[in-house]
Design a protein around this ligand. Structure first.
Ligand SMILES: CC(C)(COP(=O)(O)OP(=O)(O)OC[C@H]1O[C@@H](n2cnc3c(N)ncnc32)[C@H](O)[C@@H]1OP(=O)(O)O)[C@@H](O)C(=O)NCCC(=O)NCCS
Length: 190
């Protein structure tokens, strides 16, 4: 999907980096797969983006390699000019991000998600397809908002919490929990 977003922008992808040595020398969608270390040795200023959905793995990779991480915004996404998007973050097709919102580094704002005004999204978050955030919501680092979930205005989700698919966040959610349902409650409360 990130390949598609990059190509939609008219940019080229010179290589896909993968630790799995069995894939080295293969091509995926016509793009060669190479070893990450080789890529860094060849050109330490290579521009890159991490195509992995798992927030913790994305963080590990971002801290392990020193590429020139870049943000990718699909041309069909609507992003207000006042929005700040951190390096390495991707905004997928059809997403909408409204005025005054800040998106941290290495986040995914996935297909058709909407993030309304004045939200703050920490680093390494994943806002899955079809998620809706009302205004003034806050996500601390590493949060996953599962597909189709939503947040009412001005609620906050703590670090590395997971919100289940289809959940409705109507109160603050503590760090590290998995919260599901309507209204969303930490699973150990159910
Ligand atoms: C909430 C979630 C993280 C739980 O995953 P899990 O720990 O593997 O849970 P399980 O699938 O083992 O399900 C455990 C129980 O919770 C229920 N459950 C799971 N997800 C649920 C959800 N989103 N809402 C309500 N109940 C849910 C299951 O039906 C099951 O109930 P049971 O014990 O009565 O059978 C996961 O189901 C989810 O919603 N992930 C979101 C993934 C996503 O959207 N990713 C983005 C992709 S782009």
């Amino acid at each position: 999907m990130i390949l598609s977003a990059i190509w939609s922008l008219g940019d080229q992808v010179v290589a896909l980096l993968d630790d799995n040595s069995e894939k080295h020398g293969m091509e995926i969608a016509g793009v060669p797969v190479i070893c990450p270390k080789d890529a860094q040795l060849a050109n330490p200023s290579t521009t890159g983006v991490i195509g992995i959905g798992d927030n913790r793995i994305r963080k590990q990779i971002a801290t392990r390699f020193s590429f020139d991480w870049t943000a990718v915004v699909h041309p069909s996404a609507l992003v207000d000019p006042s929005v700040v998007i951190g390096r390495g973050s991707v905004v997928m097709a059809g997403a909408i991000i409204q005025a005054g919102t800040q998106v941290g580094e290495h986040c995914i704002i996935n297909t058709g998600a909407t993030v309304d005004h004045d939200c703050r999204i920490g680093d390494f978050c994943h806002v899955a397809p079809g998620v809706h955030l009302a205004g003034h919501c806050e996500l601390e680092s590493g949060v996953l908002l599962g597909i189709g979930s939503c947040m009412v205005p001005a609620v906050r989700v703590g670090e590395w919490a997971t919100i289940g698919a289809g959940a409705a966040v109507v109160n603050d959610v503590p760090a590290g929990v998995v919260a599901i349902g309507v209204p969303a409650r930490p699973r150990f409360d159910l």
